[in-house]
Design a protein around this ligand. Structure first.
Ligand SMILES: Cc1cc2nc3c(=O)[nH]c(=O)nc-3n(C[C@H](O)[C@H](O)[C@H](O)COP(=O)(O)O)c2cc1C
Length: 187
């Protein structure tokens, strides 16, 4: 198993997966890692949705419908709708991470930060288990059809949707500015 720094440096957004389906034990290990994230006031705002093929298809259909609306030709729009739905259904696994929205804006902001840390924990735990993830966000997360596909309760906000599976390849690291170039050392 890689150590923490190797795991951090080895993480990539994975766009191509093998057909291997993560086991229930692996999925539980990812979620157990998620709930260890730092969390001010221990509000434990995160909620997890593990999507089987039917839910993935329904979520993909919601996304496909959004894309199809931008296409004039009805046949092309229909094939876009079905393509996106099928692509999602055939993913090895999706996990959606939502959070309870507190009425207090300060707590809500902290809870969003904590939930994103939980998402990162899932991504890093996945690397440790020989899996990979691709984090997705966007307007789809507020779409009533997408929310219905997941069965997200009122008062919950979808924060991220993760595609999860065994990487088909390890993409090269994306070039980034060095930390040194972005850091001020204060006396
Ligand atoms: C908050 C957040 C939202 C993201 N949303 C998307 C997305 O909607 N679609 C997508 O293709 N990638 C998304 N990504 C993944 C980034 O594109 C990816 O992390 C970036 O290209 C760097 O690549 P790496 O993760 O392999 O280092 C998101 C990442 C973050 C942190």
């Amino acid at each position: 198993m890689p150590n923490t720094l190797e795991t951090l440096h080895g993480r990539r957004s994975i766009r191509q997966f093998t057909t291997h389906e993560p086991s229930r034990a692996d999925i539980e290990a990812l979620l157990d890692a998620a709930v260890t994230a730092p969390n001010h006031r221990l509000t434990q705002p995160w909620r997890f949705y593990v999507l089987g093929p039917q839910a993935r298809h329904a979520y993909g259909l919601a996304l496909g419908n959004r894309k199809a609306k931008k296409i004039e030709d009805p046949t092309a729009a229909d094939s876009m709708r079905n393509k996106v739905a099928e692509e999602h259904a055939s993913l090895p696994l999706m996990i959606a991470v939502a959070m309870i929205e507190d009425a207090n804006p300060e707590i809500r902001e902290e809870d969003l930060a904590a939930t994103m840390m939980a998402v990162q924990n899932i991504s890093l735990a996945a690397v440790s288990l020989g899996l990979g993830t691709h984090l997705k966000t966007g307007a789809i997360m507020q779409d009533p059809a997408a929310r219905a596909a997941l069965g997200v309760a009122d008062g919950e906000r979808i924060v991220a949707v993760l595609n999860v599976g065994e990487p088909a390849t390890q993409p090269p690291a994306k070039e980034r500015k060095s930390a040194a170039s972005l850091t001020k050392w204060l006396p």
